[in-house]
Design a protein around this ligand. Structure first.
Ligand SMILES: NC(=O)c1ccc[n+]([C@@H]2O[C@H](COP(=O)([O-])OP(=O)(O)OC[C@H]3O[C@@H](n4cnc5c(N)ncnc54)[C@H](O)[C@@H]3O)[C@@H](O)[C@H]2O)c1
Length: 385
């Protein structure tokens, strides 16, 4: 018998992925769908056989009484929608990044704690089978002690890539290293150090960003350091995304598609131990590879079910989601001011909006929301077209 009644608020690409995963899990039942676009609502409802369809979230909440509400909407809506759903005293599963500012994420977390409900922030890579394989390899001592980690994005414009992809990479690294204590970052736009004029609204409604190419150094409480690269490539290349864990006795690579192990700490083409070996990947019991559901999505739902059953937090909890936001904001703040930012930062307002204010500038001008048009507008600002 399903234990958790799940409602989906937003039925486009990410809502569809989430709905399929909850629908496939034996302990969940998708009881309601909500979207402002009837075609999306009907396509997903017809696919999953869900007849309770709404364009008003309050009606859905009152009539369906869900236990979990997934919020797979544009990032600029995460705060308002999370707050509205949490008021009903219901667990949420909000897409990444958790919010657009730290102030917002603080409030969302506070309200969930007041209401005694859980938050999962949808960084599905952290609970995927590839990540489980890396974590198990680290724990079993396959690479000795960790020295350093390197993470790369997909080649989007740096500030946008940070909020969009960096959020996944940072969250995944937190599983390996534990909390981060400081961030130092350098951002270049058009090959020069950024200025307050380079502060712009992000594509995709992901807040305020800067930097075409960002190189950040993260220092963790464990003493490990990491390099986080979010650099614009001439062409976006999703295969660049992932991270490497460098240990005293070997190395590991994590990608969403798998995990690999090198038996030596420093690659040497000596013909003996110079091959990257795939780590065994184990999908969760009950996952059906023919179901059309992504295994990472299924794992993520499985983790929420297990966490709620046990009365504990999801691996990608609100606390973790907030800490990811602290790191992302620290990358932006350090890029602006050229100084190390110690965490958790006391000032929770957006550091770049503050920087513009201090520089006597108003809000940045509006930019298109869609990434390609956004990039074209930024290139035009930089005099490239
Ligand atoms: N986890 C991942 O791998 C991953 C990948 C891509 C995007 N994302 C994240 O997913 C989010 C965007 O997802 P998307 O591209 O499916 O979203 P989208 O913004 O394209 O679509 C969201 C849907 O929600 C609906 N919606 C918005 N507000 C609503 C409201 N108040 N009531 C009812 N319906 C409402 C819209 O009509 C729309 O159909 C972003 O936060 C992004 O960062 C995550």
């Amino acid at each position: 018998m399903p234990t958790y009644r799940v409602a989906i608020l937003g039925c486009r690409a990410r809502g569809t992925a989430a709905a399929r995963a909850y629908h496939a899990h034996p302990k969940c039942e998708v009881v309601g769908l909500c979207d402002l676009v009837p075609d999306l609502l009907n396509a997903l409802g017809d696919e999953l056989g869900v007849t309770a369809r709404y364009d008003d979230l309050d009606s859905m909440m009152l009539e369906q009484n869900p236990d979990i509400v997934a919020i797979p909407t544009g990032t600029e809506f995460h705060y308002d929608l999370s707050m509205r759903i949490l008021e009903y005293g219901v667990h949420i599963d909000v897409e990444k990044p958790m919010c657009a500012t730290l102030e917002q994420a603080d409030e969302v977390l506070r309200l969930s704690q007041q209401k005694g409900v859980r938050i999962a922030v949808h960084h599905q890579g952290r609970t995927g089978a590839a990540m489980n394989a890396v974590a198990a390899a680290v724990q079993s001592g396959k690479i000795g002690d960790i020295r350093h980690m390197n993470a790369s994005g997909k080649g989007y414009y740096g500030g946008y890539g940070l909020m969009n992809i960096g959020t996944h990479a940072v969250n995944a690294m937190l599983r390996i290293t534990g909390p981060c204590r400081s961030v130092t970052s350098l951002a270049l736009t058009d090959g020069r150090t950024v200025t307050p004029d380079d502060v712009i609204p992000s594509a995709g409604g992901m807040g305020t960003v800067l930097g075409e190419r960002i190189t950040a150094t993260l220092a963790f409480d464990s003493g490990v350091t990491a390099t986080l690269l979010q650099q614009r490539f001439p062409v976006v290349d999703a295969t660049a995304y992932g991270f490497e864990v460098c240990g005293t006795e070997g190395r590991l690579i994590w990608k969403t598609s798998g995990a690999w192990w090198l038996r030596t700490p420093h690659f040497l083409p000596d013909g003996k131990n110079d091959q990257w070996e795939p780590l065994p990947i184990t999908q969760p019991v009950g996952y059906d590879a023919d179901s059309g559901v992504s295994p990472e999505e299924y794992n993520y739902v499985e983790e929420y079910v297990n966490a709620l059953d046990a009365g504990r937090e999801h691996e990608c909890s609100g606390v973790q989601g907030l800490h990811v936001m602290e790191i992302l904001m620290a990358v932006l703040e350090s890029s602006a001011h050229g100084v190390r930012i110690d965490l958790p930062q006391k000032i929770r307002t957006h550091p770049l909006e503050q920087w513009r204010k201090e520089s006597g500038l108003g809000s940045p001008r509006e930019m298109p929301r869609e990434y390609r048009s956004w990039l074209a507008a930024e290139d035009a600002r930089l005099g490239r077209s």
